[in-house]
Write a protein that binds this ligand. Structure first.
Ligand SMILES: Cc1cc2nc3c(=O)[nH]c(=O)nc-3n(C[C@H](O)[C@H](O)[C@H](O)COP(=O)(O)O)c2cc1C
Length: 327
């Protein structure tokens, strides 16, 4: 299919989002299977990535698009965020698009079918999956922060037979108070009960951070989290701020992604890299997300210490043939 043919941009954003799993399946049927040069391969703890670019959390919230993205050339797919119990979206508008700034705004709040249904869905296709799958897990909105670890334990239990790579999402701005778990003492209390389970089942934990976090205390947070079992980092989630460009979005709620997020995300990655240089650690995985849309973006992220990168907004503005740029 022609890469400049983007009919979903004619639809209201919510309708385009709901239609995506079907449209994508259809699109992938008419796309050639991607072939990659072995020069681009990344390996980490026994996982092989054909190239460094994959699908960010939230694109395939329900585990319905894995095979389509695999065919369209994504090197890995992060499914979720999944919560233990099924959940409806937040009330009101949940997604907006600003074409002039190639940015998205969302206030979804982890709508999903719940872990049991998504697990069944993934088990059905498991044999056909040949790329690494990450499971992004979260808590239900009614679970208080003090009990959040119980929801994450349920997530690990549900999906440990599907993957060993889990993204712990405590950085979404769309679940009330969730980001408080990123505060130093709360983070330690949150991670401690997960560590034993992780070690027992030989899981890998990636912690997804917010671009709105204070950068001056990053050192201590990274060290504490890695002591408690965090193996890698996804940098970053959407921003609650309204950086350049994103003028049309509501200011009091939701998170911005895409080109308006890019400068914040790059700045965060660069600061994080300084921490990594100061405290080197074998096999620490750094994944960049936030406004990756061109090959030049990937080159900048790689030069700033990222081993992999993820995309969401660029798939909307550039189209699902996005990964062709990388082969
Ligand atoms: C509509 C939408 C839904 C999202 N849902 C999730 C989610 O469920 N879990 C998550 O960890 N991140 C979610 N994200 C954040 C993305 O994974 C990513 O961190 C962010 O969009 C920055 O990447 P981008 O600039 O390429 O979009 C969502 C983003 C968007 C735009």
């Amino acid at each position: 299919m022609k890469s400049n043919f983007r009919p979903w941009l004619w639809l209201p954003p919510k309708m385009a989002h709901d239609f995506a799993p079907y449209g994508l399946k259809f699109w992938s049927l008419f796309s050639k299977k991607a072939q990659f040069s072995s020069k681009l391969t990344v390996s980490w703890k026994g996982y092989q990535f054909k190239h460094p670019l994959g699908i960010a959390g939230g694109v395939d919230k329900q585990g319905k698009q894995v095979l389509a993205w695999q065919k369209l050339g994504a090197a890995f797919v992060e499914v979720g965020t999944i919560t233990p119990e099924p959940q409806t979206p937040n009330p009101g508008t949940i997604i907006l698009r600003e074409s002039s700034s190639e940015s998205l705004w969302n206030c979804m709040g982890f709508p999903n079918d719940g872990s049991q249904k998504v697990k069944k869905r993934l088990l059905k296709i498991q044999k056909k999956i040949h790329i690494p799958i990450f499971l992004n897990i979260g808590k239900n909105r009614n679970t208080p922060n003090e009990a959040a670890h119980e929801d994450y334990l349920k997530g690990l239990e549900s999906f440990k037979d599907i993957t060993s790579i889990f993204v712990l999402n405590i950085s979404s701005p769309n679940t009330k108070n969730l980001r408080e778990l990123l505060e130093f003492e709360n983070l330690k209390k949150f991670l401690s009960p997960l560590q034993e389970y992780k070690d027992k089942h030989k899981l890998q934990f990636l912690l997804k951070l917010s671009p709105d976090m204070a950068l001056n205390s990053l050192d201590s947070l990274v060290i504490a989290a890695e002591d408690l079992g965090v193996d890698g980092w996804v940098l970053t989630n959407t921003t609650s701020t309204r950086p350049g460009g994103a003028h049309s979005f509501p200011k009091d709620r939701g998170g911005v992604s895409g080109q308006s997020l890019k400068p914040l995300s790059v700045k965060f990655l660069k600061e994080f890299h300084q921490v990594c240089l100061k405290y080197p650690k074998k096999d620490r995985l750094v994944i960049s997300a936030g406004g990756v849309a061109e090959l030049s973006d990937w080159k900048e992220r790689a030069a700033s210490g990222a081993h992999l990168a993820q995309v969401y907004s660029a798939l909307i503005f550039k189209g699902p043939s996005f990964f062709k740029k990388f082969y």
